[in-house]
Design a protein around this ligand. Structure first.
Ligand SMILES: *Cc1c(COP(=O)(O)O)cnc(C)c1O
Length: 452
């Protein structure tokens, strides 16, 4: 019998938590690629409204969630925390396993926690249009959902291969009124340059970012939105971790291990940052684990260096674990985990030893996700299956040692639009890719020569 711990609307967080207020060492500055000097708020003004830029650099511990955002959150928040007792039983483990269920938002993942906030702050600043990129389509659909609610035009550059393979995600965006086009496209200089070299380019997240940024930079009525990586995105996602903290209190437990899958780091950050504060400030003993695919091993094999966020080298430089901005990942099914970089906040905490990272192959992740679905029912996104696998390993370790640890993981989204990847798995047609050392060396040679 699995137990749901449900909060009422009046228990919802009224402010987001900003880890920058509690970091033992400040984040490294964001660097301007031209000057090699730290950028100021004005450098970002063509892309983002000033309110979001100020959140990006804020040192305030708590940032109020405006009421219109709370109102939209109420469509699906607060989300349940579930004690997975059926799965515990199936695994025959003495561990207690909890998962935070973010799959019940309209777009089906944690992503609207930030898309709604970003759409609101853009609207408040008078912005008429927002451009963005999307890989598997989850971020594009989350932004389309949010822009529709705040009456903003939304244009999504979708990585070509996903555009062709995932028509339903595109149709979701269109249902909410957004325009979705395949990237590389002929609508931007960045897209044209890629197509001139390779007319059949399958695209990549880095290329799509270049296109969306280029369009926002050259039009006065248009800004850009990013679904992960940046500090303000991590901030907005803490709404889910703050809810979880209250729910764990109600359950009478405190996590020994906290797990999240990590593509750009936002769902992992959202869950763990409020607990990381307990670790930093109160010395709590918690293992905090980010999980990534072996095919895109940013935290476990990337270098901690300054790099561009996109392929065309147009963004400011972020200090992060990176596989190089020229990195083109193998076609694994966890599309949301195929980014060359990682959130600077996550990387900083990794360097400080506050969090840890591990990489898994996709077949093992699907094994775990199926074990979970057969016990708990929910069908996980391929991204989420990485967190499920880590939770299962931790639970099986407890079975060996007899310890009844409390394991908490973030169930970042459902897999209802990813059933073709489940089909491949059932047909034994899923490949496990190890990212080749040679490719890694080649991609890392392209890093800009900055070390601040
Ligand atoms: C986008 C996505 C991810 C990866 O992005 P993060 O910023 O690392 O959270 C993970 N799970 C789901 C369901 C997603 O849609």
């Amino acid at each position: 019998m699995s137990k749901k711990i449900i909060l009422t609307e009046k228990d919802m967080p009224k402010a987001w938590y900003n880890i920058q207020a509690d970091l033992p060492k400040p984040l490294p500055p964001v660097i301007h690629p031209g000057t090699g000097k730290p950028i100021g708020p004005d450098d970002l003004a063509p892309l983002f409204p000033m309110s979001l830029i100020m959140q990006e650099v804020s040192q305030e511990r708590w940032i109020d969630i405006p009421e219109p955002i709370q109102d939209v959150y109420k469509i699906w928040r607060p989300s349940p925390l579930v004690r997975a007792e059926r799965w515990e039983k199936a695994l025959d483990t003495p561990a207690k396993i909890y998962f935070k269920w973010e799959g019940q938002s309209p777009p089906g993942s944690h992503k609207p926690n930030t898309s709604v906030a970003q759409a609101f702050f853009n609207k408040e600043a008078g912005v008429k249009r927002i451009t963005t990129e999307t890989g598997a389509g989850q971020w594009g659909s989350a932004l389309a959902f949010a822009c529709n609610l705040f009456n903003i035009e939304c244009k999504v550059y979708m990585v070509r291969i996903s555009y062709d393979q995932k028509p339903y995600r595109r149709l979701m965006m269109e249902t909410w009124g957004a325009k979705c086009i395949p990237s590389p496209s002929t609508e931007t200089a960045a897209g044209q340059a890629i197509l001139a070299e390779n007319p059949d380019s399958p695209g990549s997240l880095g290329i799509a970012i270049s296109e969306a940024v280029e369009e926002a930079a050259k039009r006065d009525d248009t800004k850009y939105a990013l679904g992960s990586v940046l500090n303000h995105v991590m901030l907005h996602q803490t709404v889910l971790g703050l809810e979880t903290k209250k729910q764990m209190e109600i359950a009478g437990d405190y996590p020994d291990i906290i797990i999240g899958c990590a593509g750009g780091g936002s769902n992992f950050a959202g869950l763990m940052l409020p607990f990381a504060r307990d670790k930093i400030v109160d010395g709590k003993k918690i293992k905090i684990l980010g999980v990534e695919p072996c095919a895109c091993p940013t935290m476990t094999r990337g270098l901690y260096r300054y790099d561009f966020g996109d392929t065309a080298c147009t963004t400011p430089l972020l200090k992060m674990h990176t596989l190089g901005h020229a990195f083109i990942p193998a076609p694994i099914h966890a599309g949301g985990l195929r980014y060359h970089g990682m959130a600077p906040i996550i990387c900083h905490l990794l360097e400080l030893g506050i969090i840890e990272a591990e990489a898994y192959h996709q077949n093992a992740c699907f094994d775990a996700a199926i074990s979970f679905s057969r016990a708990e029912g929910h069908i996980m996104a391929p991204e989420t299956s990485h967190a499920v696998k880590a939770a299962m390993d931790a639970a099986l370790e407890c079975k060996k040692t007899g310890e009844s640890k409390v394991i908490l993981f973030n169930a970042s989204g459902h897999g209802h639009f990813d059933m073709s990847s489940y089909q491949k798995y059932f047909e034994n047609a899923l490949e496990d890719y190890e990212y080749p050392e040679e490719e890694l060396k080649k991609a890392l040679k392209t890093l800009p020569n900055i070390d601040a």
